[in-house]
Ligand binder design. Structure first.
Ligand code: MSP
Length: 653
């Protein structure tokens, strides 16, 4: 195949420092959709993803876990429920998977480093500055935000070391020109950010080796140094094609690439990476697309905040295609978006169960009911009634293609749903259930159903990049041949006497409230399990709802403690005499001796008691009610003391 017909696309290579979450899944599913779209258009596609396994952070994590860094990353990448499993589950069609610990990559990196050194772009110097360990980045004082890392907001620490430097400053003008083409980095807002924040203030040379830790690729001509992890990581995009190694021979064929990356690493991809390539004398990437973040409650997802959504759980509950579809349908690709379970469920119900699923099942069911599953070839068109739907369906592939070429999957899906909605309206306009009753209208009815099947075929075919399995299933149901782009561009591909296949509902409706409650429970259980594993007391899940009337039946009052002493013959009980506002002192016994060594100190304090519990005898004494307590853990129980100003006898409601 000629070079013009190749398409090379990549995701970032992810850090195997923890399990990946829905944000990583979002980027990989998007990249997969672009790759599948290009394959559908007949391109010779190379789709690469992988893992970025070196660096201080991984070294530290492995140490915490008590294993070697290699064992640590192996488990996260290849272990059960690891990164490879996640991409398999999500039906990711990557052609290659690179790990930066792969031997061939290590060899290439040493050669790349040496090549840049030999051509004078790398020199030895001394580095001092503020270092952010999680981001593996050195920052100048002026780049810090409130003294913290400008990328992740975490603490930075002063670090100094002998190091190699890359002459990034020499490339400032060429990089600026590249950015200003408007084609190289998208969306355009990111170009402005890069120029304003990094190029215009002056590009400094980049420190590209470290001596402070060892989990990295050694500089072969100076083994005390390991190659800076971003030089190691960025180069994956060419080493995976065989650049300066013998493992593959695809570099000439596929390079340059389209890099899909999150906005926080655009700087590395649109400034440092093209400068490295310029230094190597290689073509710069075809494009860097900086997508937005999925946020939760308006903030960044992070394992440490414990607010990550689990793609395994969501795919298991709703299906892989529903999850893939939701991610691509809902969030404009270049901007941030707020993820929520409610959005996900609503999207499944509205778009998939209602608009798409219903259309497919209604149409195939009607073909089955009215024609025994196979349309008659004798059909009657009605130009006036049919032309709008046919025109929209015929023009759809071109519109979808234009949006996908601009990396706007949500707009592409939006176009598809305009046609699906038009098709749903077409059913109502033509009322097949009336046509079947009219004498001589069977050919017209057959044509109406044919137009619907054709519209569904085109829409389903164009949904292939987002929902590969569902699309194939729909194609099967409407009797469509294997999906090919040309067929999606024309109306009338199905034979007139097409036969349909029936099946179960593609996307059963989900009860939003029940499902949200179920997810809430799962997440509480997961948090509790995590807390328990970390040695902390699990927070009890919220109990099932009670009616407000039930709550109102408890007569709770603020009471003043008139006296408090240990109950004789008991090593647990304290005897409280209380003013409950009635004028008659009330006695309540409570098993709190262990927590109040000097009970007399409680006299005069105000507490809350439930008064209308049946009287109970304990250690030979009567107790009339119960004091409200807070239980921290079995070792800690506190009386719920309230403001002294509240008069005794005040009701709690
Ligand atoms: N290892 C580097 C990338 C090196 S590429 C040469 C890295 N890894 S990462 O594991 O932190 O992955 C970052 C990428 O994951 C982001 O750029 C983005 O594509 C994706 N996302 C991580 N969290 C995300 C969200 N909350 N939302 C959307 N994408 C997210 O950086």
């Amino acid at each position: 195949m000629s070079k013009e017909n190749t398409f090379y696309i990549t995701t970032p290579i992810y850090y195997p420092s923890d399990k990946l979450h829905i944000g990583h899944t979002y980027c990989t599913v998007a990249t997969d959709s672009f790759a599948r779209y290009k394959r559908l258009r007949g391109y010779d596609v190379m789709f690469l993803t992988g893992t970025d396994e070196h660096g201080q952070k991984i070294e530290e994590k492995a140490k915490e876990a008590g294993v070697t860094p290699q064992e640590f990353v192996d488990r996260i990448v290849e272990g059960e429920g690891g990164i490879l499993d996640l991409w398999k589950l999500m039906n990711i069609s990557n052609d290659r998977f690179i790990r930066t610990t792969d031997d061939y990559h290590v060899t290439s990196i040493q050669r790349i480093f040496r090549k840049m050194y030999d051509n004078g772009d790398i020199y030895k110097g001394k580095y001092s500055g503020m270092y952010c360990t999680p981001c593996e980045s050195f920052w100048t004082e002026s780049q810090l935000v409130d003294g913290k890392c400008p990328d992740c907001g975490r603490e930075v620490k002063y670090a100094e070391e002998e190091a190699y430097f890359f002459r990034l400053s020499n490339y400032a003008q060429r990089i600026k020109d590249l950015l200003l083409t408007g084609e190289f980095l998208q969306p355009m807002s990111r170009v402005n950010e890069m120029i304003k924040n990094f190029i215009d203030p002056g590009l400094e040379d980049l420190c590209v080796s470290r001596t402070s830790f060892s989990w990295g690729i050694p500089v072969d001509f100076d083994p005390g140094h390991v190659v800076y992890v971003w030089v190691d990581a960025l180069s994956n995009y060419i080493t995976a094609l065989g650049y300066l190694n013998d493992k593959y021979d695809d570099y000439e064929h596929y390079w340059p690439a389209v890099h899909i990356v999150g906005k926080e690493i655009v700087r590395f991809h649109s400034i440092i990476w093209p400068a490295m390539l310029m230094s190597l004398g290689e073509p710069v990437p075809a494009k860097v697309y900086g997508h937005g973040w999925l946020l939760i409650d308006g903030g960044k997802m992070s394992k440490s905040k414990g607010n990550v959504a689990d793609p395994y759980l969501l795919a298991e509950r709703y299906g892989v295609d529903a999850l893939r579809f939701f991610l691509m349908r809902t969030f404009p690709f270049g901007s941030d978006g707020n993820f929520s379970n409610e959005l996900l469920i609503n999207c499944i119900n509205a778009d998939l169960a209602n608009d798409l699923g219903n259309l497919v099942s209604r149409t195939t069911a009607m073909v089955n009911k009215y024609f025994g599953g196979k349309l008659p070839a004798e059909q009657e068109a009605d130009e006036e009634k049919d032309s709008d739907l046919i025109a929209m369906a015929s023009a759809l592939a071109e519109k979808v293609g234009a949006e996908m070429d601009k990396f706007q999957p949500q707009n592409a899906i939006g176009e598809i749903f305009k046609v699906l909605n038009r098709a749903n309206k077409y059913i109502d306009e033509n009322a097949p259930w009336l046509l079947i009753k009219e004498e001589g209208k069977k050919p017209r009815l057959a044509r109406v159903l044919y137009n619907l099947l054709e519209s569904i075929r085109i829409c389903a075919g164009l949904l292939t990049p987002f929902m590969p399995e569902t699309s194939a299933e729909i194609a099967k149901r409407v009797g469509a041949p294997e999906t090919a782009w040309d067929d999606l561009c024309s109306f009338g591909v199905l034979p007139a006497d097409v036969a349909v296949t029936l099946g179960d509902a593609l996307f059963p409706r989900i009860d939003l409230n029940k499902e949200l409650a179920a997810l809430e429970e799962i997440s509480a259980a997961q948090k509790a399990a995590k807390a328990a594993a970390a040695g902390a007391k699990p927070v009890d899940p919220v109990l099932p709802n009670v009616k407000i009337d039930d709550f109102a039946k408890c007569d709770m009052r603020v009471c003043e403690i008139l006296s408090c002493e240990k109950v004789q013959n008991s090593d647990k009980l304290l005897k409280f005499v209380l003013n409950d506002g009635s004028g008659t002192p009330r006695q309540i016994l409570s098993g709190m001796q262990a927590f109040y060594a000097e009970p007399e100190k409680l006299v005069g304090k105000k507490v809350i008691a439930i008064l209308n519990l049946p009287a109970r005898k304990m250690a030979g004494q009567e107790s009339n009610g119960m004091l409200l307590c807070a239980e921290g853990d079995p070792e800690h129980v506190w009386l719920t003391l309230v403001d002294d100003a509240i008069p005794a006898g005040s009701r709690i409601n």
